[in-house]
Design a protein around this ligand. Structure first.
Ligand code: EPZ
Length: 430
């Protein structure tokens, strides 16, 4: 398995182009199941997760063509017919979001068999809200030996679905399913994450009728069929926030391009409060920090969008490990999202956890050490910490990073970071 080695202490100077959002791209790819015409997705990130999903979609009957143009990567998906409505455990287990093929398969063929995704490192992550939404739309659901068996022989019908709490995945799943249901569907207390707005915009280009985009109530007038479309994937707000935090941690000046500052508004407010300089542009944001000046500790609590993203919590904690004072970081979305804490501790951070709250007492310096990645966002927090740690940090289990960060070493390296990948064949994993 590959590892990443970082020698801390280099300032970052330059610009980083932000890729298309992983968490939008994978839902947009799934939307291609809803039509027999081609869906062309531009500004596509090339990631392990998009590859996993591509494999599953091909298994279900999609044709997939990837083209890397000088101006960006494109994926064309076309599902003339569903050749199998079965998503097996091995493929769903590798990436939870592939569970969201269930609704589109029912909408297109009237039946499906999809493996339950199971838990993961950051928490139990049930799918009860997904299944209730599909049932409300008229699907009959049976659970048997780890699989969801779904049937809607007489088709799906619109319904009013009120989510008891905000769920990104359940909102997207209901949306993907309701566009082809008969009549009107209302999704109340829907998630407002920008990736859901992106999915809704793409579905509307395909002929869907979705109203209330970017609000917490989505109204969908079902249509008989969808057509092909061309859609550019929204910039990755988590990648944007991650590199903003990397620049703040290392010090220097980095311009993040091909993105939108408002996608990370809650993070930028906290960074400014901590003492980081932020300048917004039409095509992104510039982050400036004088490494000689110590940042102030600030508190954050994760929340659904437009609140502080749980997917940036670990990276923000890395920044707070060297801030002046104590920062309280509260995780409210997932019950087990502090797995980076012991690893940051190996670098010299002083963090104590009690329930959903971490107290980070800023230290003067971190020291490089071998650390282990546990999930995607946790692992990149270790890279950020390594940028400022004295000496060398080796991040093991880099495959987590490859799921969601495109050319991470190249992007940071181009700004002067001392970072390199050690191929798994070259040296054994410790
Ligand atoms: C999405 O996960 C993202 N994943 C996550 O990013 C992100 O952390 C999360 O939204 C929150 O923003 C993708 O988009 C692929 P949820 P999702 O449903 O949809 C509970 C990353 O690193 N819940 O909003 O799975 C759930 O357990 C990933 O890119 C139920 O109880 O998140 C959690 O506590 C990690 N029942 C809360 O709701 C359900 O049926 C919010 O989860 C569904 C969810």
């Amino acid at each position: 398995m590959d590892r990443i080695a970082i020698t801390g202490g280099a300032r970052l100077e330059g610009s980083i182009p932000i890729s298309g959002a992983k968490n939008s791209a994978i839902k947009l790819m799934t939307a291609s199941l809803l039509t027999d015409e081609p869906l062309r997705l531009t500004n596509m990130p090339r990631l392990a997760d998009t590859r996993f999903l591509g494999k599953l979609l091909q298994r279900l009957g999609s044709e997939l063509v990837e083209t890397d143009w000088p101006e960006g990567a494109e994926t064309m998906l076309r599902t003339r017919e569903i050749v199998s409505a079965i998503a097996p455990y091995d493929l769903v287990r590798q990436m939870r979001a592939s569970f969201n093929v269930l609704g589109p398969l029912i909408a297109r063929t009237g039946q499906a068999k999809v493996s339950l995704p199971g838990g993961c490192a950051i928490g139990a992550r049930p799918v009860d809200l997904h299944l209730k939404a599909l049932e409300a739309l008229g699907a009959r659901i049976d659970l048997h030996e780890g699989y969801v068996y779904a049937q809607a022989p007489r088709g799906l019908t619109g319904a009013r679905i009120e989510f008891p709490f905000v769920s990104v995945g359940a909102t997207e799943h209901a949306l993907l399913t309701a566009v082809l249901a008969k009549g009107e569907t209302q999704l109340v207390n829907a998630a407002c994450e920008p990736e859901i707005g992106d999915l809704a915009l793409c579905l509307n280009k395909m002929g869907a009728k979705i109203f209330g985009i970017d609000s917490s109530t989505l109204v969908i007038q079902g249509v008989d069929r969808l057509r092909g479309a061309v859609h550019s994937v929204i910039p990755d707000r988590i990648e944007t926030g991650t590199y903003a935090l990397a620049a703040a941690m290392a010090g220097g000046q980095v311009r993040l391009t091909n993105t939108r500052a408002e996608l990370i508004g809650a993070l930028l407010d906290k960074m400014i409060e901590a003492g980081v300089q932020v300048e917004r542009h039409d095509d992104g944001v510039t982050i400036r920090r004088d490494p000689a000046v110590r940042l102030k500790a600030v508190d954050v609590a994760t929340d659904p969008y437009p609140g502080f993203a749980t997917d940036l919590q670990a990276q923000f904690m890395a920044l707070m490990t060297v801030a002046d004072g104590e920062s309280v970081i509260r995780e409210t979305i997932f019950e087990n999202r502090f797995m980076h804490v012991p690893e940051l501790g190996r670098l010299g951070a002083a963090i104590s956890v009690s329930g959903g709250e971490a107290r980070v007492r800023g230290v003067a310096n971190l020291q490089g050490a071998p650390v282990m990645a546990t999930d995607l966002r946790a692992s990149v927090s270790l890279v950020i910490a390594g940028l400022a740690a004295q000496g060398e940090t080796i991040v093991n289990r880099v495959y987590h990073l490859d799921r969601g960060f495109e050319r991470l070493e190249a992007k940071l390296g181009a700004c002067g970071a001392q970072i390199r990948r050690i191929s798994g064949d070259a040296e054994p994993e410790d």
